[in-house]
Write a protein that binds this ligand. Sequence first.
Ligand SMILES: C[S@@+](CC[C@H](N)C(=O)[O-])C[C@H]1O[C@@H](n2cnc3c(N)ncnc32)[C@H](O)[C@@H]1O
Length: 293
Amino acid sequence: MIHEQGLPFSRGSRLTKETISPKLFRHLARFIQDNYGIKMPDSKKVMLEARLRRRMRQIGYDSIGDYLDYVFSPDGRRNELVHMIDHVTTNKTGFFREPVHFPFLCDQIIPRITGSRNFSGSSILKVWSAACSTGEEPYTLAMVINEFAEQKGALRFSILASDLSTRVLKIASQGVYTEEQIQDIPLRLREKYLLRSKDRGLRLVQMGEMLRGAVTFRRINLMDDDFGIQEKMHIIFCRNVLIYFEKQKQQRLVHKFADQLEPQGFLFIGHSESLAGLEVPFVSMAQTVYQKK
Ligand SMILES: C[S@@+](CC[C@H](N)C(=O)[O-])C[C@H]1O[C@@H](n2cnc3c(N)ncnc32)[C@H](O)[C@@H]1O
């Protein structure tokens, strides 16, 4: 639910063609932070303007003021706000990013879950890639968990992958990547799980049917009170997104993750992130891997 509090933009407000005034930047930054959690310190002003201009060019605006007037008009709130936010987010990701997490997942975490009394032969291992960007993280998870399942005996699993940005979710659900983007996937897994485009000149690959069938994509704003997810998760990957949120919002989000996890469920965060200093119901298992108390 978007609460657009205290917006200073109304039809007729005008900004210079090239930049946002410091006052309007502060209002826009506050709006983005309140509704989506993303910190916008003054040092991000130039970056934000550049990203807004990229979107403006796509739809034919040449004044940032006119564009923001449109975004916050009734029509813009319905049809354009989502695209503006798409451009505000930072979506860097990759297959097998921060790779030490994956053997740890298979050697330490999944066996604990499947070996627990609450997990039976008919249980489904439920994993959530929260803030999945263009899909490389959930498809990596699908490959490594499927490899685990084949080696260690039948294991049913499902992966929910979500992000705030509709633009990245569209790419993720298509599951098409360039040859360069898949370089970090081990060759054996590429041959097993990926489909090459018939036109070799395109140098594109698509995630195969097994991977696309294992992952469900959905738009979720991690700042929302209710994620709208019915089932409890065994594992949440929320990597390289907490870093964009201020401490109070990090703490609230990690509490909500605890509510969304099964008892003793697991949370993976990014290597440059930490729960140290937050009052949250998790114990550390390894650097950047936590278990719900
Ligand atoms: C840097 S990417 C990380 C992708 C992946 N987890 C990884 O580590 O490679 C951060 C993602 O967080 C998403 N994001 C930012 N704010 C969000 C929010 N409030 N709710 C959901 N996703 C958000 C962005 O759209 C972006 O795709």
